[in-house]
Design a protein. Structure first.
Length: 298
């Protein structure tokens, strides 16, 4: 049922799942200020919890469980809601987005983009699916480079700014342990530093795709690579130490996700992952076990 101007949508809830980079390559600097990327991305079970309620008036705002996350249009969730209202031809509709944040901020896990994607999925459901998946993905792209992936979810190869997606076979069964050192990294800042770094190494993306097709978890873990780890930035020493700690705890492979600062290790099963997480919690305030999540859009 499509809405008319007088009847408001029913409140909705949605989960906003984080992403991990199994690999991250930057292939070119573009004229529009962005970079061309080639990334193998995975949606994981760590998520923010979202609810959206219609409100009298025209204001669209977010209330979050973290005091330093803005509630106005600086928040990607608010921008996504405004974009949806424009496309659904329901501008002027007021709503409150309540965000219970569990995904760490400034961690390279696309927390803000995940929230934006969840808003788009939730509102489209609440309005009776006025937008097709393609329209929703196109709307997401305008909000942020990672929003399209966060909308679609699962395992995918992301190219262009990150919005050109090719679905990939799911990862073989495994668990992730995610740790975040006690600092956040600004994405634009790390891109700038990368521009001043001579990149000698790139991920073997073809090899990763072959390992995925073969269901070869060890082969995949051996090839995980993120070019941002090579940026000349002293914080990468802490990142490297966190990777070392994960490997010492038995991870098959460890990597920084996105522009960091979160780092994850891949474990063969839940038991070994939980054991590692218990150990690492002594050192890292944020440490959790997560599993892979499949596609989120039809
Ligand atoms: O698209 P989004 O707003 O998430 O990007 C944030 C910033 O990250 C951009 O302003 C840009 O500095 C950088 N970025 C980039 N190339 C990409 C994605 C992001 O340079 N493919």
């Amino acid at each position: 049922m499509l809405l008319n101007k007088t009847n408001a949508f029913a409140p909705v809830t949605e989960k906003a799942y984080a992403k991990l980079n199994i690999s991250l390559d930057v292939t070119a600097r573009r004229d529009d200020g962005y970079h061309d990327m080639l990334m193998v991305m995975q949606t994981v079970s760590l998520c923010d919890e979202l609810s959206i309620t219609p409100e009298p008036g025209e204001r669209v705002w977010a209330v979050t469980s973290l005091p330093y996350v803005p509630g106005d249009a600086r928040n990607l969730a608010v921008r996504a809601a405004l974009k949806f209202l424009e496309l659904a031809d329901d501008q002027g509709r007021g709503m409150k987005i309540t965000l219970r944040k569990h995904i760490p901020v400034g961690a390279g896990m696309a927390g803000g983009s995940a929230d934006a994607a969840a808003v788009l999925r939730a509102l489209n459901r609440a309005y009776g699916f006025p937008l097709s998946s393609e329209q929703l993905l196109a709307a997401g792209e305008t909000v942020g480079s990672d929003v399209a992936f966060c909308l679609r979810g699962g395992t995918a190869l992301a190219a262009g700014r990150g919005e050109k997606l090719t679905p990939l076979p799911s990862l073989p069964p495994c668990r992730f342990v995610i740790c975040k050192p006690d600092f956040s990294i600004s994405t634009p800042e790390l891109f700038r530093k990368l521009d001043n770094t001579k990149m000698n190494c790139h991920p073997d993306t073809e090899g990763i795709l072959a390992a995925l097709s073969a269901g070869d978890l060890d082969g995949l873990c051996r090839r995980m690579y993120n070019v941002f780890e090579d940026v000349d930035d002293r914080r990468m020493r802490t990142v490297s130490a966190a990777k070392g700690a994960l490997l010492d705890c038995g991870a098959l492979g460890a990597l920084m996700t996105g522009t960091g600062s979160a780092v994850f290790g891949v474990f063969r099963d839940d038991e070994s992952a939980r054991l590692a997480c218990e150990n690492l919690k002594k050192e890292y305030r944020f440490c959790c076990v997560a599993e892979a999540i499949g596609p989120l859009l039809d």
